[in-house]
Design a protein around this ligand. Structure first.
Ligand code: 13P
Ligand code: SF4
Length: 351
């Protein structure tokens, strides 16, 4: 069955030729990943989406990524997500209604339009990117968060960072901001559950959001592994908890993780804290050089929404395109797209 699906995908790709480009995030399962024309982390894929000539951009990733492809591509290009249920649970932790309410509530303490730059992690809906575009803010990814926050602080003295508290906290820490100056805003509590004084003294207000995949990693996993592998190195994605990032030797985006381990000396040993499909593929790729790559958690931490995209759906999506039928188009309403593009363009300029 797998070989037949592979053949169907290849045949449809051949039939579509230059009319099609497939973008694949590093967390995709191997049977899908191998058919992508470009692989990358979120920033690389956003850039790739902005530079495509193809009529159809099929995004093997999650919903917000296909939205970014739609926003950054030309109006005559069509962005497609093979499974509309491939969302990002973290992106769903901040809704536009909650963020607008937070902004309004903040007005009772200070003037957010003058004092706070809103920064949304790219793992968010187009509506949130549009909010940032309209309020002098921007977007970041895991690979440019530091530069983006530096930019944010050059605009206004504080930042509101959503939806991932962990990426915000780790990046703030890299900029030398003490943890006490980065309180967590809980959107389910009045005034985020904070005292007015905490808001006035905050540098970054961190939204109470997280990735349930990266939340599984714990400092104890690192400690145990280091005891057994004293020469080994630990590398984690910044969506992991602060204590995990602090206990790691390296912290960075999916692409950074892949490049760092691939460039390491033959025979080296690595403990990797990010999604299992990436880690398994990496382990396989470097096995020949005698490098050993282990997954950080004893539990299987998989991005189940990325996993929704399977070779069968990819084959059907492409075959429909060959037959002149577009399924699962992702189309951001023009007004939202214009504001979101402003925020994304600021990010691309800064990084
Ligand atoms: P990257 O930008 O590092 O690829 O991260 C995307 C993501 O969703 C990680 O969970
Ligand atoms: Fe979202 Fe986490 Fe999946 Fe990344 S790994 S796409 S943050 S749910």
């Amino acid at each position: 069955v797998a070989a037949a699906l592979d053949a169907r995908i290849r045949a449809a790709k051949r039939a579509l030729g230059e009319r099609l480009v497939i973008l694949g995030h590093h967390y995709q399962r191997e049977e899908v990943y191998r058919h992508a024309d470009f692989h990358g982390d979120s920033l690389q894929l956003s850039r790739a989406a902005a530079h495509q000539k193809a009529e159809f951009i099929v995004f093997c990733g999650v919903h917000f990524m296909a939205e970014v492809a739609d926003i950054l591509s030309r109006p005559d290009q069509i962005s497609i997500l093979p499974d509309l249920n491939a969302g990002c649970a973290m992106a769903d932790m901040a809704s536009i209604e909650q963020v607008e309410r937070a902004w309004t509530e903040l007005r009772s303490v200070l003037d957010p339009d003058r004092e706070i730059t809103p920064v949304t992690y790219v793992n968010s809906s187009a509506a949130l990117k549009a909010f940032c575009g309209d309020h002098g803010g921007t977007v970041c990814t895991s690979s440019n968060a530091r530069k983006v926050l530096e930019w944010a602080f050059a605009q206004r003295p504080k930042a509101l960072f959503f939806p991932d508290q962990h990426l915000g906290r780790w990046t703030g820490h890299q900029l030398g901001i003490p943890l006490r100056d980065m309180p967590v805003w809980d959107p389910n509590l009045p005034l985020g559950g904070l005292q007015p004084e905490e808001i006035r003294s905050a540098r970054i207000l961190l939204w109470k959001g997280h990735c349930s995949v990266h939340q599984m990693f714990q400092p104890a996993h690192i400690q145990r592994w280091r005891e057994a592998h004293p020469e080994g190195k630990v590398i984690a994605h910044p969506e992991s908890a602060f204590e995990v990032c602090a206990a790691s030797d390296y912290v960075g985006s999916t692409d950074f993780i892949l490049k760092t381990v691939k460039a390491a000396a033959p025979g080296s040993e690595w403990l990797v804290g990010t999604e299992i499909n990436l880690v398994s593929r990496l382990a396989e790729e470097v096995r020949g050089e005698n490098k050993r790559v282990e997954f950080m958690s004893p539990m299987v931490c998989m991005c189940s929404t990325m996993f929704r995209i399977d070779p069968e759906q990819l084959a059907e999506t492409l075959e429909d395109l060959v037959a002149g039928k577009v399924r699962n188009r992702i189309q951001v309403p023009p007004a939202t797209a214009d504001s979101a593009r402003r925020a994304l363009d600021r990010m691309l300029e800064v990084s």
